[in-house]
Write a protein that binds this ligand. Sequence first.
Ligand code: NAD
Length: 468
Amino acid sequence: MKIPEARPLRARGARPYEMRERRIPRPPGAWEARGRLGAPMASVPDELAHAQLEWDTPLYRMAVAQFDQALPVADIPDWIAERFRYPERAVILSIPVRMDDGRRVVFPGYRVQHSSILGPTKGGVRYDTEVTLGECAALATWMTWKCALLRLPYGGAKGGVRCDPRSLSPGETERLTRRFTSELLPIIGPQEDIPAPDMATNEQTMAWMMDTYSMQRGYAVPEIVTGKPIAIGGSVFRQEATGAGVVMVLARACNRLGWPLAEQRCVVQGFGNVGSVAAHELHELGATVIGIADISGGMHAEAGLDVPALQAYAREHGSLEGNDSGRRISNEELLELDCDVLVLAAREDQITAENAGDVRARLIVEGANGPTSFEADEILRERGIPILPDILTNAGGVTVSYFEWVQDLGRIFWTRDEIRAKLAEKLSDAFDRVWDLSEARGVTLRQAALAAGIREVAAALDARGIFP
Ligand code: NAD
């Protein structure tokens, strides 16, 4: 199935502004009565109904296409499905920053909250040149299904600033972060929306966000963000949680497939927070990591790469640039290496219709969000290459973020072993539900994972109903 170009964000004839009709003045004669949401309701004029919504971008269309594909398995009422096609709230900000050379530069910023049905929204903040409203909307939607799949009392959010983080000095990054946080004050809060790190943001970013928020309240509010330093209420094991969780899920899948993990030849794309920890965990468990890539390109060594040495190098130099531990290859070549397990831990849209036919891995593991395009999914399914989907596989991060938030709210802290054990339990439970649903319904692991998450939120919305 192909995603149509500029596909309107609606299905089966629904209209995008259907649920907001009361806010739009009603010109006489321009309305038609409709009954999709139960009681007959007015809809919007055709010219508005066909206008593209602001977040309608290829990545958001992919999130909606995946959602539509999971619906037959989720089996939820139409009116609930229709509600889930739209984020609850999206804001665009402009963030003025005083640069080190005295210039003032205004950066675009975004925050999208997809669903608050199960609790506060939760999601990362990324600094990247490609951040858009649509990207945030897609990532926020996936966060909703991810939190629900893991049975965490959260909905999904995502935000970020469009900037080149590598060109900003520490001082500029701090001023950008503090102003971004101030602009977000009306919509974030420990019971409203709780940010976390994502691409190019880290513990320090979260510390600045926590401090900015706390200064406005007049007292320390550690529970406003997760992924912050332990010194200000961060959780042990949060930093490693996503990468470690990726390998916990992979280990469980290997178990079901009858593949000894220690015998697998693995390739890891991305060597940041998620990829470097996943590579390290694989190395620790005896698997052979034969390929690694970061933004500077890839490297390949059939006998296995020395992951701890590469981590030390990346820590010192900021990336793997200049390291010659293995044969240097391009990122494209890395994705096509002959291997057992390909861990995608860099960013979205890496396996597409162009290269899906050339992937030679036996199993794909999505550490990143949205790394496999909708078309690639279909090609890989036809080729019999299973994918451990992002909303299950990288859920370790948000799960330990939840543990961090609970610890902050209760002002009581758990040990590393306790958190690791709680994480393993949560991921195993979600993995088993996804695997069993996939087998029972004969659908992909992605469809099963999405359907399992969608069902949880749908049950809550069904019980709560639409206000008023
Ligand atoms: P990061 O910025 O720490 O690391 C990203 C890594 O990918 C870097 O090594 C970078 O050099 C590399 N990279 C970027 N573009 C690349 C390309 N085109 N080819 C090869 N390598 C490339 O970010 P992160 O926190 O590790 O996040 C990575 C992915 O995981 C993102 O999709 C993010 O949304 C997702 N994720 C992160 C977390 C988390 O807790 N950090 C949780 C869930 C999902």
